[in-house]
Design a protein around this ligand. Structure first.
Ligand SMILES: CC[C@H](C(=O)O)C(=O)SCCNC(=O)CCNC(=O)[C@H](O)C(C)(C)COP(=O)(O)OP(=O)(O)OC[C@H]1O[C@@H](n2cnc3c(N)ncnc32)[C@H](O)[C@@H]1OP(=O)(O)O
Length: 318
């Protein structure tokens, strides 16, 4: 099976930027839906609470990298209704994490997530409830992607359906050898509903997105890297006594990009986010505003002082 190599991101995503730009500018909260769309967060949260099971666990570390775990191993980490509510609450915590720089999204028991809990899906199969669940998860995953943190989906085992969509709501994806990302929606007579299709087009381009969705193709790490969906492959060396876990590998990988003061790393994510989602003039104005938050700030002044000190030290030797 031949999938084309990815086109430059800006070419792929210009077409869908218009919608996202208006949404980003209109929604100060970073959500897509509000009361003007007939969406009531509290109403759907109450409905989702009727479907219990599992949890979303959040560990915020001193390193500034958090670990968000989809935890429902008896159901291959499928999302129950209460887990959807839990995820929204954890995203709110991350939005307010002052010292945060990165977040790794993983599944419990060495598998990622098998999408919605099919028992809940069957119980919410009427159109109105389905649409409300869809809007709730689109809001939550859009806010996850828009966090001022650099995010990585650590995929072990299987990421299916909504689980595959969840991987696209992170800035990067790392796959363990033998793992699979599969948009199985077609097999259920569905299309993605949690925003995974729109984001997939921005990541791999419309032609590859059409193939992955239309063919419900099993994406392994090799194919994922080829089409630009996957940013790295974690080969866990079972033989080595010091075998790092996949999570340790992922933290090492992410820490390459989160070294430095949290306000600066947050600013890096914000300027890239505005470049990714806003029309050029708006992105430039946003970049200027974000630049203003770090220019002359503690990190900038300290770096300047160290630069001067280095020059003074060097001049003493020259
Ligand atoms: C917009 C999102 C979209 C929507 O909401 O409409 C969705 O995400 S729909 C759900 C899409 N996901 C799937 O179709 C995946 C369904 N599961 C499987 O294909 C398999 O379970 C698999 C491949 C994940 C694992 O297969 P394996 O043979 O290794 O294990 P089991 O199938 O025996 O599963 C173990 C245990 O987990 C339960 N399970 C697995 N996935 C789900 C799920 N999505 N919802 C509820 N329960 C799930 C499975 O029933 C087994 O339970 P048990 O009591 O042991 O029978």
């Amino acid at each position: 099976m031949v999938l084309s190599a990815p086109r430059p991101r800006f070419l792929r995503s210009i077409s869908c930027l218009g919608f996202w730009a208006r949404q980003l500018q209109q929604q100060s909260s970073g959500s897509v839906y509000s009361s003007i769309h007939g969406f009531s967060q509290e109403e759907i949260k109450e409905k989702l609470q009727a479907f219990p099971g599992g949890s979303i666990d959040l560990l915020k570390q001193d390193s500034g990298i958090a670990v968000l775990t989809i935890n429902n191993p008896h159901r291959m980490n499928a999302f129950s209704g209460t887990m959807m509510v839990d995820l929204e609450e954890k995203v709110t915590q991350l939005e307010n994490w002052t010292d945060g720089k990165g977040v790794i999204v993983q599944g419990a028991a060495q598998t990622f997530c098998s999408g919605s809990d099919l028992n809940a899906v069957r119980a919410m199969s009427n159109s109105q409830d389905g649409m409300k669940m869809c809007m709730f998860m689109q809001n939550t995953l859009t806010r996850l992607l828009r966090l001022p943190l650099i995010s990585v989906a650590l995929v072990e085992g299987k990421a299916l359906g909504g689980g595959a969509e969840l991987t696209t709501a992170c800035d990067f994806r790392l796959m363990a050898s033998g793992s699979v990302i599969q948009f199985v929606h077609k097999h259920m007579g569905l299309v993605p509903g949690w925003g995974g299709a729109a984001r997939l087009v921005g990541i791999v381009g419309s032609r590859n997105a059409l193939k992955l969705l239309g063919g419900a193709i099993k994406v392994d790490s090799e194919l994922g890297v080829h089409v630009g969906l996957v940013d790295g492959v974690l080969k866990v060396d079972q033989e080595s006594e010091r075998a790092e876990t996949s999570l340790q590998h992922a933290e090492s990988w992410l820490s390459q990009y989160t070294k430095g003061p949290a306000p600066v790393i947050k600013a890096v994510k914000k300027v890239v986010l505005s470049g990714r989602e806003l029309p050029l003039s708006d992105a430039l104005r946003t970049e200027k505003d974000i630049f203003g938050t770090v220019w002359g700030g503690p990190a900038n002044l300290q770096a300047l002082a160290e630069q001067i000190q280095t020059q003074v030290t060097l001049s003493e030797f020259l």
